[in-house]
Design a protein around this ligand. Structure first.
Ligand SMILES: NC(=O)c1ccc[n+]([C@@H]2O[C@H](COP(=O)([O-])OP(=O)(O)OC[C@H]3O[C@@H](n4cnc5c(N)ncnc54)[C@H](OP(=O)(O)O)[C@@H]3O)[C@@H](O)[C@H]2O)c1
Length: 183
């Protein structure tokens, strides 16, 4: 929870150096094209342990379904106004929700959810616009894609960040942690 009793909302995501999270067609295979470091997960497991629930956009959900095996042990909420059905085997693990960011934040706080992992570019953008993101871990992959699906988008006003730390690895990944101070 945040100091104000709201569910803490965290982003943990990888981007190209030019700020894309996927190619225009949603392809994310480039994330793993570079040198892989044996046993290194860039803090993903520790972060995942800290969250109660994942909240992701429909596009991200559909991409995860393409991978085959369902990768999450924690419950997942998929934000979508168009999705009506879930694969049978995911019905006790995934819920579809049509709430706005503000409505969802209220609902999660009432349910006692303390910390969520927010995923998907457009969904992250809408939570940022609503002032509902608390911190972000951004891992930059050393590649320029030139085009793709952006992590960030238009804002009505600046969102100020506090840089917490930056770490790099010898394969060129650079990870920065930010707290969102707000407007
Ligand atoms: N690089 C990485 O680490 C990383 C991480 C995550 C995802 N990805 C990739 O990013 C791509 C998906 O990102 P994306 O930006 O296209 O979409 P997204 O945020 O995953 O999904 C957007 C969709 O979610 C639904 N939605 C419901 N409420 C919303 C709200 N408040 N704000 C925005 N959308 C809402 C809408 O679908 P409806 O029309 O159904 O309502 C919207 O089209 C995939 O290719 C995925 O693999 C990459």
């Amino acid at each position: 929870m945040t100091d104000s009793g709201r569910t803490k909302v965290s982003v943990f995501i990888a981007t190209s150096v030019d700020g894309f999270i996927a190619r225009p067609d949603g392809d994310v295979s480039w994330l793993h094209d570079g040198e892989q470091l044996e046993g290194e997960d860039y803090g993903y497991h520790q972060f995942m342990e800290s969250v109660d629930t994942l909240v992701m956009g429909r596009n991200s959900f559909e991409k995860v379904l393409e991978f085959g095996d369902w990768p999450y042990e924690k419950p997942v909420i998929v934000l979508s106004r168009s999705l009506t059905k879930l694969p049978e085997q995911l019905r006790d693990r995934v819920k579809i929700d049509t709430s706005s960011p503000a409505e969802l934040a209220d609902k999660l706080a009432q349910e006692g959810i303390r910390h969520i992992y927010l995923d998907g570019g457009r969904v992250i953008q809408s939570f940022l616009r609503a002032g509902l993101v608390d911190d972000m871990v951004l891992t930059r992959i050393p590649v320029l894609l030139g085009q793709g699906l952006p992590l960030f988008g238009e804002l009505s006003e600046d969102v100020n960040l506090r840089h917490v730390s930056t770490q790099s690895w010898h394969n060129g990944l650079v990870q920065s942690k930010y707290q969102v101070i707000g407007r």
